[in-house]
Design a protein around this ligand. Structure first.
Ligand SMILES: [Zn+2]
Ligand SMILES: [Zn+2]
Length: 193
């Protein structure tokens, strides 16, 4: 168990340097490692997003063996029975992502015990709307206003950047479309969450 915790700690530390929501950053990477650990069985239920994520994981992890793993998983699934459209609630991989999300939220919440961390997070840290809301459930109540402050600063920054981007578009400058992805992440979290 200790190893799992320290792995999460290292992962969170790394994600905090990325300048976007750290939980989204971790889960975005985690989505691509799921292929390695998914056990092939015929009645495996997966949502639309995760079937496609597995289908595409080969390109992302070509040096490892998930191509073979995904082939085994898909072979079993092809044998049926076919469960029909599977919602995120019933998806085996969505469940794994939620478990990982909880581990990371706990780890991040722990760090609020350090005043220096709170100060850093409030002035420079990032959180999407959804992870701001979730994180509030994991930190002591007195830190909830700080989390609101972080989310509001992120929202205002994105609004400013998007305003600038719109002005650029009006002048025929189309570079900098990355802002749209960052706004999407802020509004709804990473894809597949
Ligand atoms: Zn997030
Ligand atoms: Zn899923």
């Amino acid at each position: 168990m200790k190893t799992a915790v320290s792995t999460a700690a290292a992962t969170v530390s790394q994600a905090l340097t990325k300048g976007t929501c750290p939980i989204c950053a971790i889960l975005k990477d985690f989505q691509w490692t799921l292929a390695e650990t998914t056990q092939p069985h015929a009645d495996l239920r997966m949502c639309n997003f995760h079937v496609w994520a597995l289908a595409r994981s080969r390109e992302k992890l070509s040096r490892s063996t998930p191509g073979e793993k995904v082939t085994d998983v898909f072979l079993e699934m092809l044998k049926g029975p076919f469960p029909g459209k599977t919602s995120a609630d019933e998806c085996a991989l969505c469940h794994r992502v939620v478990e990982e999300e909880v581990t990371c939220l706990r780890e991040l919440a722990q760090r609020f015990q350090s005043a220096m961390f709170v100060q850093w997070m409030t002035s420079q840290g990032s959180l999407c709307l959804s992870h701001g809301l979730k994180l509030k459930e994991y930190v002591p109540i007195r830190f909830r206003p700080s989390i609101d402050q972080i989310v509001e600063r992120n929202r205002a920054e994105l609004e400013r950047e998007l305003d600038v981007f719109r002005d650029q578009l009006r002048h025929g400058v189309h570079e900098g479309g990355g802002i749209l992805g960052r706004v999407a992440e802020f509004l709804v979290g990473q894809r597949g969450l």
